[in-house]
Ligand binder design. Structure first.
Ligand code: ADP
Ligand code: MG
Length: 555
C-alpha cells in the first residue's frame, strides 16, 4: 500500500489517466524499508512525548498556545491534540487515541504507547527478513486471540460495588488524592443518579444527562452535585415570575422574533404609512406566536434563539417566565429532564409537547444569575466544579467528564479487569504460550505482539522510579508461580514497587478500555506496516516535520 500525502495527488492521477512516470516528477517519494523506518520513527517520537504521563506517578505537561494561554494536563490525548503535529503517521495515532477517548473515556496514553511498541517490535522482525504482511498477519491473529483471553481474565464480582474503584483508577495521575476521591465519588453518584433500568432489565446511564458547570472559587474538593439542571441563565426580564412549583415547560428550537433575511435586501417604502403597516404586520406575527403559546398555558418558555421585546412584555403580563438563547445541548438536557418535546414553532405545538418540572428558581452565584430547575422524575443532575483558577477548572472538568463516562459505561455494561500492568502481563504470558502452537513465521509476530504488551507495566515502573527490567521479571515470575485464581490479578503497586493483587488494591479498569486499546493500537500498527511507499507532493505547503526535504531528494 502506498501512503499518498496530498489530496492533489488523487486529482493529478485522474487528470493524467494514470501516467505514473510523469506524475512522479511532481512528487517526492520514499519507498520500502526507508518508508517503514520513517513512519515507525514518527510513531516512536509521538509515544516518547507522552510516555512520562502514564500512570499514577506520571507527570503533567504544560501546554502554552500561540496566544499565550496555558493548560496543564496529565492526559496524553490532550497533549497531542494541542501540539501542532503535522506528520500523517502521528495524526493517525492521535486519531486512535481520540477514538479511545470518545468510546471508553480512558486508556489514551496506553493505546499510543502500545501502537508504537508494536511498530518497534515489527521493525526488529522486518530487519531480520520477515515480510511486513506476515508480521501484520501475526499481529491480527494475536489480537483476535487476545480478545478471547480478555474474556477469561474478567473479574467476577458485583459491579456496582466496584464503581468507585474503577473511576478512581481512571483518575490516576489527575490531581492529588483528595481531588481524585472527590471526583470519583461525585461521578459515581451522578452516574447512579441518572441510571435507569429499561424494560428489558438493562441499565441505561447516559453521561449526557449530567450538566457540568464551573464556578470559580474554592478548591476542587468543594465541587458538588445538584439534583436538577443548573444553567448560567436568567429570565428575559427581571419582572417575570421566576420561582415556580410544579409547572409546565415549553421548549422551542427557534425564537419569537422576526427572522433577518439571509440575503441582503432593501425594502422601499413609497409612503410613511407603509412603515407603520410593516411594523404592525411584524407585531401581528409575533402576537400570533404568543397567542399559540399562551393557549397551552406553559409556566416557563425556553427558546434557542432570541425573544422580541414586545413578546417578552406579553409573556410577562401573562405570567410566563421566558429564557432565550439557550444552547441546543442544554435544550436537549431540559427536554430529557422534564420529558418535554423540542418543538419547531409555537404554531405546531400540542399540549403533550410540554414537559413538567418540580421546581424552578434563580440564584445569584458570585454575581452571576443561575437558573435551577428540577424535573419531576428526579432526572437530570448538575455537577458544579469549583477551582481557584481557570486552568485548574478546565483540567478538573476534563477529568470529571472522563470519570463520569467510565462510571456510566461500567453501570451499563459492567465488567472489569485488573490494572497496574496485570492484564497486559497475563495476556502476554498467555499469547507466548499460544504462539508455541504455530509453526510458521507468524509465531514470531505473535511473540513480538506479546512482548509489546509489556510496554504498559514497563512504563509504569519507569515513571514510578523503579528498574523496569527487575519489575517485569518479578511480575512475570509472580504470575507464573501464583495460584491460578490470583495469578492474573498480580500487577505492580506503583506506590512501593511490590507485586500485589490489583483487585485487593482496588486498581481495576473496564474491559472495554482494554478491548478498545488493543483494537485501536493493533489496527494502527497493521495499517502503518502495510505502507511501503510514501509520496509527498513537492509543493505541499504543510510539509511535515521530521522528514527533511533534502532527505527525500537524495532518495
Ligand atoms: P491512560 O491514558 O492510558 O489511561 P493513565 O495515565 O491514566 O493513562 O494510566 C493508566 C495506567 O495506570 C493503567 O495501566 C492503570 O492500570 C495504571 N494505574 C493506575 N493506578 C495505578 C496504581 N495505583 N498502581 C499501579 N498502576 C496504576
Ligand atoms: Mg487513565
Amino acid at each position: 500500500m502506498a501512503l499518498i500525502l496530498n489530496d492533489n495527488w488523487g486529482h493529478l492521477f485522474e487528470m493524467s489517466g494514470g501516467d505514473e512516470a510523469q506524475l512522479l516528477n511532481d512528487t517526492s517519494r520514499i519507498k520500502g524499508k526507508e518508508a517503514l523506518n520513517r513512519n515507525i520513527e514518527a510513531a516512536e517520537a509521538l509515544s516518547g512525548a507522552i510516555r512520562s504521563t502514564l500512570g499514577p506517578k506520571g507527570l503533567d505537561k504544560m501546554l502554552v498556545s500561540e496566544n499565550g494561554s496555558v493548560r496543564i494536563t496529565n492526559d496524553g490525548v490532550t497533549v497531542l491534540k494541542n501540539a501542532k503535529i503535522e506528520h500523517p503517521i502521528a495524526k493517525m495515532l492521535i486519531d486512535i487515541a481520540t477514538n479511545q477517548e470518545n468510546t471508553v473515556h480512558d486508556g489514551t496514553t496506553s493505546s499510543i504507547l502500545l501502537a508504537s511498541e508494536l511498530l518497534q517490535n515489527a521493525w526488529e522482525l522486518y530487519v531480520k527478513g520477515i515480510h511486513p504482511s506476515i508480521i501484520a498477519n501475526g499481529y491480527s491473529l494475536a489480537y483476535q486471540k487476545s480478545t478471547e483471553f480478555l474474556e477469561s481474565l474478567k473479574i467476577d464480582s458485583e459491579i456496582s460495588d466496584l464503581l468507585e474503584q474503577v473511576t478512581k483508577t481512571s483518575l490516576s495521575g489527575k490531581g492529588d488524592k483528595s481531588i481524585q476521591e472527590t471526583l470519583s465519588r461525585l461521578s459515581c453518584e451522578a452516574a447512579r443518579g441518572v441510571a435507569k433500568t429499561g424494560k428489558n432489565g438493562k441499565i441505561k446511564a447516559n453521561s449526557n444527562d449530567i450538566k457540568i458547570i464551573t464556578q470559580k472559587g474554592g478548591g476542587a474538593t468543594d465541587s458538588y452535585l445538584i439534583e436538577g439542571l443548573v444553567l448560567a441563565k436568567q429570565a428575559c426580564s427581571p419582572d417575570m415570575k421566576r420561582t415556580h412549583k410544579k409547572g409546565k415547560i415549553m421548549i422551542i428550537d427557534g425564537g419569537i422574533e422576526m427572522k433577518k433575511p439571509t440575503l441582503t435586501s432593501k425594502i422601499m417604502f413609497s409612503e410613511p404609512s407603509m412603515i407603520s403597516a410593516f411594523k404592525d404586520k411584524e407585531q401581528e406575527i409575533i402576537a400570533k406566536q404568543i397567542e399559540d403559546i399562551l393557549k397551552l398555558k406553559p409556566d416557563i418558555l425556553v427558546c434557542r434563539d432570541g425573544i422580541d421585546d414586545s413578546a417578552i412584555r406579553l409573556l410577562q403580563i401573562n405570567g410566563v417566565c421566558a429564557y432565550r438563547r439557550v444552547e441546543r445541548d442544554d435544550l436537549e438536557l431540559l427536554s430529557r429532564t422534564c420529558n418535554a418535546s423540542i418543538i419547531a414553532s409555537p404554531a405546531n405545538a400540542k399540549k403533550k409537547d410540554l414537559g413538567s418540572f418540580e421546581t424552578s428558581d434563580e440564584e445569584n452565584w458570585s454575581g452571576v444569575k443561575h437558573w435551577i430547575l428540577k424535573g419531576t422524575k428526579q432526572s437530570g443532575m448538575t455537577l458544579v466544579i469549583r477551582g481557584s483558577t481557570d486552568i485548574l477548572l478546565q483540567e478538573i472538568e476534563t477529568s470529571f467528564s472522563d470519570a463520569l463516562g467510565v462510571a456510566c459505561q461500567i453501570l451499563e455494561d459492567g465488567a472489569v479487569l485488573p490494572g497496574g500492568g496485570a492484564t497486559q502481563m497475563a495476556l502476554s504470558r498467555k499469547l507466548k504460550k499460544w504462539a508455541e502452537e504455530f509453526e510458521g513465521r507468524e509465531s514470531l509476530a505473535i511473540l513480538a505482539y506479546a512482548d509489546a504488551l509489556e510496554i504498559i507495566p514497563r512504563t509504569l515502573s519507569i515513571n514510578g522510579g523503579y528498574d523496569p527490567i527487575d519489575q517485569i521479571l518479578a511480575l512475570n515470575a509472580a504470575q507464573a508461580s501464583a495460584k491460578p485464581k490470583i495469578a492474573n490479578l498480580l500487577g505492580i503497586n506503583i506506590n512501593n514497587g511490590t507485586i500485589c493483587n490489583m483487585y485487593d488494591l482496588g486498581i481495576i479498569e473496564s474491559v472495554q478500555n482494554h478491548q478498545q486499546c488493543l483494537a485501536g493500537s493493533t489496527a494502527a500498527a497493521i495499517s502503518i506496516l502495510r505502507i511501503d511507499d510514501v509520496l509527498w507532493a513537492k509543493n505541499d505547503p504543510t510539509f511535515p516535520e521530521g522528514i527533511g526535504e533534502e532527505d527525500l531528494e537524495n532518495d
